[in-house]
Design a protein around this ligand. Structure first.
Ligand SMILES: [Mg+2]
Ligand SMILES: [Zn+2]
Length: 190
């Protein structure tokens, strides 16, 4: 069994820009691949798990999403840290694009994508980590027994600053960004 880092996409590995309806809006953080190298070196598989309801809303097409993920995968390969898999949920109940109008099992915080990754990639979730910029990413990871990290990029800083008093669960680690998360997970001090 393998261990994995599960990465939210928007706000965690790239700038939160709202809907990425053109590849020009996909800005990978300058520290992302350095962070992925640290994770890989300490033995984690790298899996991206992202809700992309913009597909269901008709805000962008599968072609755009394919281009964006193709670029991300290529950049990761070129940096020597190929991603093991990108999972995305295109669904939304009541959405205008009928083929994605569904109450699915994969839209975070539902756990379908984690279960699929566990089964397809032979991952031990109890040794794995979920990293995201939203409280809902923390809840999502906790549901399946993962360690959770909240990064303060994307929506993270605002949610953490103004909403944490209301949270029922706390992230195991709070990190400034993905690289800080990698250091805290893989090279803990003292
Ligand atoms: Mg996010
Ligand atoms: Zn779904």
């Amino acid at each position: 069994m393998e261990k994995a880092i599960f990465l939210d996409r928007d706000g965690t590995i790239n700038e939160e820009m709202g809907y990425i309806n053109h590849i020009s809006r996909f800005h990978i953080f300058p520290f992302t691949f350095e962070a992925l190298k640290v994770f890989k070196k300490c033995g984690y598989k790298l899996v991206v798990i992202t809700n992309q309801a913009g597909l269901a809303r008709g805000y962008f097409s599968e072609d755009v999403l394919r281009d964006v993920h193709g670029m991300l995968e290529k950049r990761a390969r070129d940096a020597g840290v190929p991603l093991d898999k990108i999972y995305f949920c295109p669904h939304l109940p009541g959405a205008p694009v009928k083929k994605y109008d569904r109450m699915c099992n994969c839209r975070k915080p539902k756990t379908g994508m984690l279960e699929q990754a566990r089964d397809e990639l032979n991952i031990d979730l109890s040794r794995s980590v979920m990293i995201g910029d939203r409280y809902k990413d923390v809840l999502f990871g906790k549901k399946m027994g993962l360690k959770t990290v909240m990064v303060l990029t994307g929506y993270g800083k605002g949610e953490y600053t103004y909403q944490k008093e209301q949270w029922k669960e706390k992230p195991d680690i709070v990190a400034d960004n993905l690289l800080d998360a990698a250091m805290k997970i893989c090279q803990p001090k003292g």
